[in-house]
Design a protein around this ligand. Structure first.
Ligand code: ATP
Length: 166
């Protein structure tokens, strides 16, 4: 799937020790297909802009999919990075990462501030929100007391999450 201003990437994570050792899919380039226990291909082939196999690190994912968009954000284009998946699929690992392999959030902050430092003739205003949508409820991940937020746009089309206006 490829839409003009949207990049859709899939990331496979290593199996957890508690999980079955049978992997019911194969990745080939940018497509993924389901297989049965005899390794016979079944069902549809799904094609994405990027598919990252289990060996890819947060650094690879950032450099391939996010870094080019950060350059556009510095030029004033709105940017949203959205991690979607079932419980334990690896959203937090991808977004926060680890000390040895930081995820999207720490990398994007470092990248943005590095690029701002190189543009000393311009002024920047940065606004950041970090929220989760869990069972259709929006919670603020930067302030655990802000729960069940409502999304609103102001007169400038800026998105606000204002818990006082539920
Ligand atoms: N690419 C990866 N490499 C190694 N371990 C991973 C990877 N992705 C996820 N894991 C591990 O898998 C487990 C589940 O990952 P994570 O907590 O990120 O899932 P989640 O989608 O955020 O889950 P939830 O929705 O329940 O919060 C964690 O133990 C995490 O360390």
């Amino acid at each position: 799937m490829s839409l003009d201003n949207i990049t859709v990437a899939v990331r496979a994570r290593p199996l957890l020790t508690s999980e079955s050792k049978f992997i019911p899919w194969v990745i080939e380039n940018n497509s993924i297909q389901q297989i049965d226990e005899d390794k016979v291909l079944i069902g549809e082939t799904y094609v994405y802009d990027e598919i990252f196999d289990v060996n890819k690190k947060n650094e690879d994912i950032y450099n391939t999919t996010i870094a080019p968009m950060v350059r556009s954000a510095i030029e004033g284009i709105n940017l949203t990075v959205f991690a979607y998946g079932a419980t334990s699929s690896g959203k937090t690992y991808t977004m926060n990462g680890t000390r040895r392999d930081p995820g999207v959030m720490p990398r994007i902050i470092e990248d943005i501030f590095n690029q701002i430092q190189m543009c000393n003739q311009r002024k920047f205003l940065l606004r950041v929100s970090y929220v989760e949508i869990y069972s259709e409820v929006i919670n603020d991940l930067l302030d655990k007391n802000n729960k069940d937020l409502k999304i609103r746009e102001d007169f400038n089309n800026c998105v606000n999450y204002n818990p006082t206006e539920k």
